[in-house]
Design a protein around this ligand. Structure first.
Ligand code: ADP
Ligand code: ZN
Ligand code: ZN
Length: 740
């Protein structure tokens, strides 16, 4: 017997199967991890296939040294998936296979944890008499008494009760009255108990969605896209669907964008499903992650909730795979090999005959376009549960505020609503976009934003030389003194940090209490939870924060939400800026009025007529979608094209930029005058919009490619180039989550 093996070395040169002999009696199966000789060394490898015929000279074939586990760590479906990822991400197969396993498993860095247990060997009705025979040994008597319930007790537990218990144990073991043995212990990541709540009665919209989803468990066809407004009760739909799958003997995976934002979801699932649920995410300790993974692999846990990488969870006989908040960027992995968890979810659904359900209040342009085309089946839940109204949204035109003489960062309406809200003892959330992003330039009188003529993205202000730059095409212009549209002098870079807003709030509303949540205040391990808890407990009336307070949080006492600078995201130099803005505003608005009292939202903007902002204000997804879709088509942005870039990082900007420029030249030279070259719509090297992160200078080569089967040839060539050695660190990104 022979085995085809992928050796766990991430290199293009070794990216092929090697044949090894299977020693007699070694129980090797496909999917197992094994140890093999490789050149002069020993390496870990994955068994891909077994075969009878070695294919070439038998005498040259070396034997497998040992198996690393006594079970296949990789399910057959996941091995097939790895081949698919290899092709899409242009990576060696072993890198794709590594995605399927807890990182700690490789190189034997983590051990199965065992605990010693003690149990009785004599019948329970003889214990009484045995105790009486222990003479003066109080310890042996106590030990037997503790064990007399007939259940195994951990040694640790016995130790806690009996000091220096070993000699007594030893004595009773020798008398064959008790037994000490080792048992695998699973590290558990759950804290506190989940409170069980009864099933609510389903709303009509939930019932309707389920009437499509449940029959599909028997014969899945297309993936589903559930478009349900915030508070429409999407989680309850997941729960019922998962329960049905479970009753059919099938398993489930639920992906959530970020586990820290969804403690509630975990709680709900745990209260309904108990131990048959496992969680997988980056905040687990390596031991916990490994143990949760094994519970899933062995079928003890049949439901997995987790972040992006949980899409690879080894759930056998998968019935349903759900992607909650499918529009989130966190589903795109930023590491090599790149993958899109949504795409993998759909692919697993198809391959494993499971229902794939993508879900969001603000679906991504891509997914909604798929639904429109009929590739996905669209389900809609346009109302909140229990007839709760959607929040009332007010758009405030900040240009008018200026005309009225208000030069501050808060509109009169927002101040008045804040006053009102705090006066009534209710709570408010104020939302500002992330800081640290190079800023756009905007006229505070007429709302004009300076955009690149060619790319239709905002130009970025560079304070060093006071210029405006387009980060897509590289155009440079001097910073204008007056607004090109209205000639006013109120033209300036946008953006105010959260800290400044906090000071302003404290001045205006002394005593209300402000909690600020941004990267600076949430550094500690539990800082995030502590701040959330303090706000929930009512210790402050105002929660001020960045993106991180936009989603998932559920504070019933919040009746007012303010988006202080809605335009900041809109002006990011990224073709997805309108999409991000719409999603963010709808999600932020969704934080208001989740309890008994209805909510109000104030959106402050300089561009109230922009379709992304107006669409968020009227909560009209379709109107926004139509406009955005047309724009993408007209300007040739994804999904009509692909964006790719080499990101070059170095200590010195000179080095990063020189590397980027050199790569640009190479690509241009290699493909010009070739048929493939026509698939490259543009290529440009420049500093990256965020030109320094953690003291690394960043430059990039930005490319727009036609969506065409040929393009794959270009991408694999680019991947090869990225793999070479340069003065700067180089990675290739294909349709990355961020072009910053
Ligand atoms: P979404 O994810 O769609 O924004 P959630 O799933 O968070 O909405 O549900 C919003 C709230 O409505 C939750 O507090 C949930 O417990 C509650 N809920 C869901 N379904 C029902 C129902 N059928 N009847 C009553 N309350 C429900
Ligand atoms: Zn102007
Ligand atoms: Zn441009």
């Amino acid at each position: 017997m022979y085995a085809e093996i992928i050796v766990d070395i991430a290199s293009e040169q070794v990216d092929r199967v090697f044949t090894y002999a299977v020693p007699d009696m070694m129980p090797v199966q496909p999917g197992m991890r094994v140890k093999v000789p490789f050149g002069p060394r020993e390496k870990e490898g994955f068994v891909i296939r077994l075969k009878d015929d070695p294919g070439y000279d038998e005498s040259k074939i070396r034997p497998i040294l040992s198996t690393l586990e006594d079970y296949p760590a990789l399910l057959p479906e996941l091995m097939e998936l790895a081949w698919e990822i290899r092709q899409k991400a242009h990576c060696p197969l072993c890198e794709a296979l590594r995605l399927m396993l807890p990182a700690e498993m490789r190189g034997g860095r983590i051990k199965v944890k065992t605990e010693e247990y003690v149990k009785l060997l004599i019948p329970q009705d003889q214990v009484e008499e045995a105790i009486s025979r222990q003479g003066r040994s109080a310890k042996r008597k106590l030990l037997l008494t503790l064990l007399s319930d007939g259940r195994p007790h951990s040694l640790e537990e016995l130790r806690a009760m009996i000091r220096d218990v070993r000699p007594a144990l030893q004595f009773l073991v020798e008398k064959e009255m008790i037994q000490v043995y080792e048992k695998e212990a699973l590290r558990s990541p759950y804290y506190g108990s989940a409170d069980a709540s009864p099933d609510p009665e389903l709303t009509d919209e939930q019932t309707e969605a389920l009437s499509e989803l449940i029959p599909a468990l028997h014969a899945p066809q297309k993936p589903f896209l559930l478009h349900g407004v915030t508070g429409s009760g999407k989680t309850e739909v997941y729960i019922r669907l998962v329960r049905k799958a479970l009753s059919m003997g099938k398993g489930a995976i639920i992906l959530v964008p970020e586990i820290v934002l969804t403690p509630q979801m975990i709680n709900w699932f745990r209260s309904r499903f108990g131990d048959t649920m496992a969680v997988l995410h980056s905040r687990l300790s390596p031991g916990e992650r490994f143990d949760e993974w094994r519970r899933i692999r062995f079928g003890d846990a049949r439901i997995v909730i987790g972040a992006r990488s949980a899409v690879f969870a080894p759930v056998d006989n998968l019935g349903v795979i759900i992607v909650d908040e499918e529009h989130e960027q966190t589903y795109l992995s930023d590491r090599f090999p790149q993958y899109d968890a949504r795409e993998i979810a759909v692919s697993r659904g198809k391959r494993e005959n499971a229902v794939a359900l993508l879900s969001s209040a603000t679906p991504s342009i891509y997914s909604y376009a798929m639904a429109r085309r009929g590739d996905y089946m669209l389900l809609e839940m346009p109302h909140r549960v229990l007839n709760r109204p959607l929040p009332t949204i007010h758009l405030v035109d900040m240009r008018k505020e200026l005309r009225l003489g208000n030069h501050g960062m808060f509109s009169n309406l927002l101040l008045q609503k804040l006053d009102d809200c705090i006066g009534k003892g209710q709570q408010a959330m104020l939302f500002i976009n992330r800081r640290g992003y190079a800023s756009s330039v905007n006229c505070r009188k007429c709302g004009e934003t300076i955009r690149c003529d060619r790319c239709d993205v905002s130009m970025t202000y560079h304070s060093v030389d006071q210029t405006l730059r387009c980060h897509y095409c590289g155009a440079v212009r001097p910073m204008p003194k007056t607004c090109p549209a209205c000639q006013s002098t109120y033209i300036r870079p946008m953006g105010t940090g959260t800290q400044k807003v906090e000071e302003e709030l404290n001045k205006r509303f002394p005593g209300a209490g402000v909690i600020r949540m941004d990267v600076d205040t949430t550094g500690g391990k539990n800082a995030h939870f502590e701040l959330v808890d303090r706000f929930r407990a009512g210790q402050a009336k105002i929660l001020l924060g960045t993106q991180m307070i936009a989603k998932g949080l559920d504070f019933p006492r919040v009746t007012l939400v303010g988006a202080v600078m809605a335009d900041l995201t809109l002006n990011f130099p990224d073709y997805r800026a309108p999409e991000r803005t719409f999603q963010l505003l709808v999600q932020v608005a969704g934080r208001a009025g989740r309890g008994e009292r209805p909510g109000e939202v104030v959106i402050q903007t300089y561009q109230p007529d922009h379709y992304a902002i107006a669409g968020a204000a009227t909560q009209d997804y379709r109107a926004y979608f139509d406009r955005e879709f047309q724009r993408r088509k007209a300007d040739l942005y994804p999904p009509f094209t692909m964006m790719a870039r080499f990101l070059c990082e170095a200590k010195e900007m000179e080095v990063a930029k020189a590397t980027a420029e050199m790569l640009r030249e190479r690509v241009t030279k290699e493909f010009s005058d070739t048929p493939l070259g026509r698939r490259i719509l543009f290529i440009r090297s420049d500093e990256a919009p965020i030109n320094r992160i953690q003291d690394r200078a960043r430059a990039h080569v930005l490319m727009k490619l036609l969506n065409h089967p040929d393009t794959d040839g270009i991408l694999s060539r680019l991947q090869e180039m990225a793999g070479e050695d340069y003065a700067a660190r180089v990675v290739l990104e294909i349709n990355p989550a961020s072009l910053a």
